[in-house]
Write a protein that binds this ligand. Structure first.
Ligand SMILES: *Cc1c(COP(=O)(O)O)cnc(C)c1O
Length: 474
């Protein structure tokens, strides 16, 4: 399997090196040069596999020669072995055609665990094989940080420094990061905002001497291995609901476009997906794009679904590359004008092509509260303020399908991206109910925290990392 950069200037890499690199050296994103395609019989042959077996088969298609299949099976069991539900991705039925796939049975109760548990295993495996180690630095406003920490804890070849803005993440989010015991995990609470944290991380990467000295790396959402791991659950849900003999839609609460991109990849591989429905909150840059063909930055508003409060979707570049039939020159041109003016437009024929695969809807906070309550009243399910956007987008899409005289009989799977207990205030506002943390997190409030306070200053961060590296060498 060969990986090429969307910007066309970086060297082609195999899976191992694309994973370790994260971002390509030309600023682009790595993507397979061809999709691995499955025939109807090959898809049918996946029907009886459990989740780890399916993950080994599907991820194996992207890994190629980088990991032997037995070894991959071991990495998959390490990644998903401690999930709290036997099905790993249980499916619930909300009405006659609407299903809800719960992707929150991992250690931090959000769907990012499905990718980051696997990514941690790949890092450890490749680094150990090459007898080297690396230092991962990241900035978080809450969610990604805890999933990255849970994915990397205890891995001897990786040290993780996670920066968060001091006093600006919720107590549950902070404790999900700071109570993790592991010599390789370092929480740095920065006296500043999330943007300050992000700027510090960027500055570390821009210091090439420092970057090399510590083999700096990142596990952010553009890493291809994360997308590959996410393709698996699209297959699982479709197979459970009758693929390859029945078509299916997915509805996905979307921010950085990583999750729904994995659905697009599954479709390209031959899974019979009719529509991928994108749900946005008020930060609706993607929904506007799929309606009009214009991608335009308009700033970020805080909402009840903070993990979807994005300005631009970092993974969208991969889809744009596909839409442009892998024309890197045109892509470079578009990205340059987007950086300059905060806006680009695609022509009508490309927009029509995009609209064949994707639908897009948006929801404001008021609607989020109303719909959480309505689903609770009609089904008894409490749905978090991100996942509800997928559920409602699915319902809107079904109404429009029927209105347009199309066949509304296909099942739709709405993807559940977080456990409701992660967002208790929103649930309380919507339903009046106090949700309690699941058993595995109940001790969180009593556990000891490990965190260092640092100034919003590049030198203090570097000193912390240098100091730790020295202790480690002794
Ligand atoms: C990250 C996240 C999303 C958005 O996923 P993308 O892959 O960035 O589109 C949605 N919901 C929750 C709870 C998340 O943590």
């Amino acid at each position: 399997m060969k990986y090429i950069s969307t910007r066309g200037q970086a060297p082609n890499l195999d899976f191992e090196n694309a994973t370790l690199a994260g971002l390509a050296s030309d600023g682009g994103l790595y993507i397979p040069d061809k999709w691995p395609c499955l025939s109807i019989d090959e898809i049918r042959a996946l029907q009886n596999k459990n989740y780890p077996e399916l993950a080994t088969a599907i991820i194996g298609l992207f890994v190629g020669q980088s990991v032997a299949s037995e070894e991959l099976g071991r990495l998959v069991s390490n990644a998903y072995g401690n999930f709290s539900h036997d099905a790993i991705v249980p499916l619930k039925q909300l009405d006659d055609k609407l299903f809800f796939m719960e992707l929150f049975h991992g250690p931090t109760l959000a769907f990012k665990d499905y990718a980051l548990q696997m990514l941690g295993q790949f890092f450890q495996y490749f680094l150990k094989k090459n007898r080297c180690s690396c230092t991962i630095v990241g900035a978080t406003s809450g969610d990604t940080g805890s999933a990255a920490i849970a994915g990397l804890r205890g891995l001897s070849a990786v040290n993780l420094f996670m920066l968060h803005p001091r006093g600006r993440v919720s107590e549950v989010q902070r404790r999900q990061m700071t109570t993790v015991q592991g010599e390789n995990i370092h929480n740095l609470a920065v006296e500043g905002t999330f943007d300050d944290c992000q700027n510090l991380v960027k500055a570390l990467f821009n210091d090439s001497e420092f970057r090399q000295r510590h083999s700096l790396s990142a596990v952010n959402s553009i890493n291809w291995a994360r997308i590959a791991a996410q393709v698996v659950y699209y297959f699982k849900a479709a197979l459970v609901l009758g693929a390859p003999d029945r078509e299916i839609n997915f509805s996905v609460p979307t921010g950085n476009f990583g999750n729904v991109l994995a659905g697009y990849v599954a479709k390209q591989m031959g899974l019979p997906i009719r529509k991928l429905i994108i749900g946005s909150n008020q930060n609706d840059i993607l929904t506007r794009f799929f309606e009009t063909g214009v991608m335009e930055k308009t700033g970020v508003t805080p909402t009840l679904s903070p993990s979807m409060d994005i300005q631009i979707s970092s993974n969208f570049e991969r889809y744009l590359f596909e839409l442009l039939a892998h024309d890197s020159d045109q892509l470079n041109h578009i990205m340059a004008s987007f950086n300059e003016s905060g806006k680009f437009t695609i022509d009508n024929s490309l927009l029509q092509k995009a609209q064949q695969s994707f639908g897009a809807y948006r929801m404001d906070d008021k609607q989020i509260k109303t719909d959480i309550n309505q689903i609770y009243k009609s089904t008894g399910e409490i749905i978090d303020p991100h996942s509800i956007i997928g559920v409602s987008a699915a319902k809107n899409s079904a109404e429009n399908t029927a209105k347009n005289g199309l066949d509304p009989s296909l099942p739709t799977v709405a993807i559940g991206t977080a456990h409701p207990a992660k967002f208790p205030q929103a649930i309380k506002l919507a339903t009046g109910i106090d949700v309690t943390l699941p058993a595995r997190l109940r001790d969180l409030m009593n556990m000891e925290e490990k965190v260092e306070n640092v100034d919003n200053n590049l030198e203090s961060i570097k000193t912390r990392i240098d100091c730790f590296a020295r202790i480690h060498e002794v």
